[in-house]
Design a protein around this ligand. Structure first.
Ligand code: PLP
Length: 408
């Protein structure tokens, strides 16, 4: 391998314009191979100091005054930063808080209810069989609760939902379409602008799940005309286990959409504490309860880093990493019976690569004991998650060699 200069990981690291960023993360000096930054990103070293300082100075020093001074607006202030740095979203349309699951429930129900009010014959939610379980379960729950029908697209698990499949599923009964921008299993990158256009021409609303794309691929929600979006912050945004998710609602929909969890933090006058719920104007109406301020600290640190390097450079690094992993899979794993279960064309692929082999369950278990950490996806998939800011080419080469060694 070292004789082929295009596959020499040291050479690739040496010319990587983002190579320096890896050292910003906890564990960068360790030989551990981390292929799961798309499930739980590594922490930034600076987050340890920021969190400690928040506890002593922010929380410990400002005490309850912190709510007036900063924290009450923090879900919207940090949301705007996340929106402008990673989502192509103008200010006032993104908020942080809750989990992705709760955001899905709030936004999908708000959208479906609105569509039903305007036209009671719009009774269908379009979604696909290969979406992440929580997305499917939430949609099933809302359908049962509101008497709606789910129209399922059967997605190819090695690629994903196509424009033709969406066209076929749409009708004048469609209320909302819920799809993941990057498929969690195959990394298939949806043609989001074209699909959104199609959805709008059918009179439906587009809700995009960005969990596997935010922080790894370029997202342009405003330019694409997407109506609603959700995503988590603990994957490529390194927010930490259970860090709060975000919701995006295009400004044109704020006045007409009402989400179902009527909490005081989404009230027009939360501190009047009066009778009856009256939703705030703008993005605040999509908040419900007290926001998780402490849990937003690491996310803010990742946004600082993204601001420094730009999402364009991050996507370029992500493509280089997945191209490299695919090359190594072709040259070192294909002969061992490993198949690529992700798109071959970089433009159709997000930030990870899935490899299948009948023995992958045992391979992943063995690798974990040797400090090589990919994840396993039932029934035979090994996911190589390549977080662009924290992963080196040497790490990719080491991990791929370790996989090959267990299949020989
Ligand atoms: C990771 C992920 C989720 C996670 O939802 P939580 O509420 O944070 O557990 C949801 N949807 C997709 C597509 C994901 O990849």
């Amino acid at each position: 391998m070292a004789t082929d200069p295009t596959l020499d990981p040291h050479a690739l690291d040496a010319i990587d314009p983002l190579g320096w960023a890896r050292a910003e993360f906890v564990g960068a000096a360790s030989p551990l191979v981390y292929f799961d930054g798309n499930s739980l990103g590594r922490p930034l070293a600076v987050s340890a100091q920021k969190a400690a300082r928040f506890i002593t100075d922010g929380w410990g020093g400002r005490l309850i005054r912190g709510w007036d001074e900063e924290w009450f607006e923090q879900p919207l202030v940090l949301g705007d930063r996340l929106g402008s740095l990673t989502l192509g979203a103008a200010a006032g349309q993104t908020a942080i808080g809750d989990s992705t699951t709760v955001w899905l429930y709030k936004l999908l129900r708000a959208a479906a209810d609105h569509q039903q009010r305007v036209d009671p014959t719009r009774t269908e939610i379009v979604l696909d069989t290969d979406n992440f379980p929580t997305d499917r379960y939430v949609a099933e729950g809302i359908a049962a609760e509101r008497g709606l029908t789910l129209r399922w697209i059967t997605a190819d698990p090695a690629t994903g939902v196509t424009l033709d499949q969406v066209a076929e599923a749409l009708s004048d009964r469609t209320a909302v379409v819920l799809l993941s921008h990057v498929a969690y299993r195959s990394a298939w990158l949806l043609d989001a602008p074209a699909i959104t256009d199609l959805v709008h021409r059918a009179g439906a609303l587009m809700l995009l799940d960005l969990c596997h794309s935010v922080g790894a691929v370029d997202v342009q929600l405003d330019a694409w005309g997407v109506d609603l979006a959700v995503g988590c912050s603990y994957k490529y945004l390194n927010g930490g286990p259970g860090s709060p998710a975000f919701g995006y609602v295009a400004a044109r929909h704020h006045a007409e959409l009402l989400q179902p969890i009527h909490g005081w933090m989404g009230h027009a006058e939360p501190f009047t504490m009066g009778a009856g719920y009256r939703p705030a104007d703008g993005m605040r109406r999509f908040l419900s309860g007290t926001p998780p301020i402490t849990a937003m600290i690491p996310l803010a640190d990742t946004l600082d880093l993204i601001e420094k390097v730009g999402i364009g450079a991050i996507r370029a690094k992500s493509v280089a990493l997945t191209e490299y992993a695919v090359q190594l899979a072709d040259t070192t794993l294909a002969d061992l019976g490993v198949r690529l279960a992700s798109p071959r064309v970089a433009g159709e692929r997000g930030g990870h690569v899935t490899l299948t082999h009948p023995r992958m369950r045992q391979v992943v278990a063995d690798l974990w004991t040797a400090d090589v950490i990919p994840d396993f996806r039932h029934p035979d998939g090994l996911r190589v998650g390549l977080s662009p800011l924290s992963t080196s080419f040497v790490e990719v080469a080491t991990g791929m060699q370790a996989i090959a060694a267990r299949l020989r």
